[in-house]
Design a protein around this ligand. Structure first.
Ligand SMILES: *Cc1c(COP(=O)(O)O)cnc(C)c1O
Length: 482
């Protein structure tokens, strides 16, 4: 087998670039979600792999006929579900080139520019979000992995536990992790994966604005100490996944310092907003964290995947994970990215972050984030002014949580909102998601939480008209259901 001849390399890549450009420019004209049932796409694919190769021309024809119809268009201006994101053109160009270079950034010498660009791009980001020097950034695939690594580093630092040598079987006291009931499920997964046990994750009830209560944290730590357990780490969330609430990081940092807890700040979404100085204030205190994660692939216009983890004590971090067999030994004194986590191999993800920051510049990035926040705020105002609807959480960033209030029992209202979401999404013109939030009004027989709709603005191409269309279709669907 040989690589494609030069003329075919060129034609395949030019065609792929054209298809990508057509997609980026035209995605807004497509329905935002596909019209397929489970198994439908799989049934179109041959059971057997081809014995003989096919021309790239024909394979690329399938992009429009087979692949695009099965896509949920995350790059669509009316994608408002989960956290809306953007794979921007500079990022897409960078991904193409990173694939062409196909380096493995495990060591400095296995591609010096990958390590050095990663350090520089992360340091640009550190400056952009106003974190002090001393935080060193590196890139992982996701915030879930970053939080897992942070809790592993916290466990490594726990006094009296020689985790590297003896593992958890050397523990005389069970390590405990604290977070609010609004923390992301990746924290549960991290606790599971690290063998700490879900019984040792304290998910503390949040306040009426969905923030961790520092008094509850203090109390839980005291109770665990009294019971002979070992408080290990607290996860403060800056921008929770349901409502984007921000835990009181300063007060949590104070307790963490006093109690010797590792402070990990999960700022996967809202950390990106700290690029705007006026949005940074809510995160005050995060500069005291041991580790902070934020996802440029969420709200900094960088294609999935790109999650930046800032670490204060890089030497301690490296001690947590580093294992160096002879064949991977280095003689230079650079950071070796393989030492910073579990995986050996690493993609050259810094290229896209660096290209995105350069292509737009900090001011334009700030402008885009401000515009997303403005669109969300103005929608929230309209929802609040609409009889039969309510906004159910503050809107500090670009995500609105709301529900219809048609009357009836809590269960009937929940059911109405579920059907409302189904109906709005069935139009395929917009795509929203949902969550459940603690209700506060624990009337007899009421569900402990309420079903609420979520609309997140985060795509670079989203305009006022797109949000308007979403709101109009919500109103129309609500009327049809009443
Ligand atoms: C989205 C999100 C995550 C998970 O992000 P991944 O990068 O997909 O793992 C974690 N925490 C918060 C607060 C999030 O919003």
């Amino acid at each position: 087998m040989a690589e494609l001849p030069e003329d075919e390399i060129r034609s395949a890549l030019h065609r792929a670039a054209d298809l990508a450009a057509d997609y980026l420019v035209g995605v807004g004209d497509l329905p935002v979600t596909p019209s397929v049932v489970p198994g439908e796409i799989g049934a179109l694919l041959p059971d057997e792999p081809p014995l003989d190769g096919e021309p790239m021309e024909r394979i690329l024809d399938d992009w429009k006929s087979l692949i695009v119809p099965g896509l949920t268009h995350w790059n669509h201006p009316r994608f408002f579900a989960y956290f809306a994101i953007t794979g921007s053109a500079p990022g897409v160009a960078a991904e193409t080139l990173a694939a062409a270079a196909n380096v493995n950034a495990m060591l400095w010498r296995t591609s010096p520019v990958a390590t050095e660009l990663e350090e520089r791009a992360c340091d640009w980001l550190r400056r952009m979000v106003g974190l002090p020097e001393g935080f060193r950034g590196h890139i992982n695939d996701t915030a879930s992995i970053a939080s897992l690594l942070a809790l592993a580093a916290a466990r490594h630092r726990l006094p009296g536990l020689d985790i590297r040598r003896r593992g958890l079987s050397g523990a005389t006291a069970a390590p405990v992790v604290y977070a609010s009931d609004q923390a992301h499920s990746s924290i549960d997964k991290a606790v599971l994966t690290l063998g700490l046990g879900l019984d040792h994750l304290r998910r503390l009830p949040s306040d009426e604005r969905f923030r961790l209560r520092p008094e509850a944290l203090e109390r839980a730590v005291a109770e665990d100490r009294a019971a002979g357990r070992a408080p290990m780490a607290v996860v403060a969330t800056a921008g929770t996944t349901s409502t984007t609430s921000v835990d009181p990081v300063e007060a949590i940092a104070e307790i963490a310092a006093r109690e010797g807890l590792w402070l990990h700040v999960d700022a996967a979404y809202a950390g990106c907003a700290a690029v705007c100085p006026e949005l940074r204030a809510t995160m005050a205190g995060w500069e005291r964290a041991d580790s902070i994660v934020l996802n440029p692939h969420k709200w900094l216009f960088t294609p999935v995947d790109c999650s930046v983890l800032f670490v204060r004590d890089l030497d301690g971090w490296r001690d947590t994970f580093s294992v160096v067999p002879e064949y991977l030994r280095s003689w230079d004194d650079s950071v070796q990215l393989m030492d910073l986590g579990v995986q050996l191999g690493r993609r050259f993800r810094a290229l896209k972050l660096w290209m995105v920051i350069r292509a737009y510049g900090v001011e334009a990035i700030r402008g885009a984030i401000r515009e997303h926040c403005r669109l969300a705020r103005s929608l929230a105002e309209r929802i609040d002014a609409e009889p039969g609807f309510e906004v159910v959480a503050p809107v500090p960033f670009s995500t609105v949580c709301f529900r219809a209030t048609p009357g009836g029992s809590a269960q009937e209202e929940d059911r109405f909102n579920e059907r409302l979401l189904e109906r709005v999404n069935a139009s395929r013109r917009v795509f929203l998601s949902h969550t459940r939030l603690p209700s506060g009004l624990s009337q007899e027989g009421a569900p402990p939480d309420r079903f609420v709709l979520r609309l997140a603005v985060g795509n670079l191409k989203t305009t006022e008209d797109d949000v308007e269309e979403a709101w109009t279709s919500i109103l129309r669907a609500a009327r049809a259901l009443t």
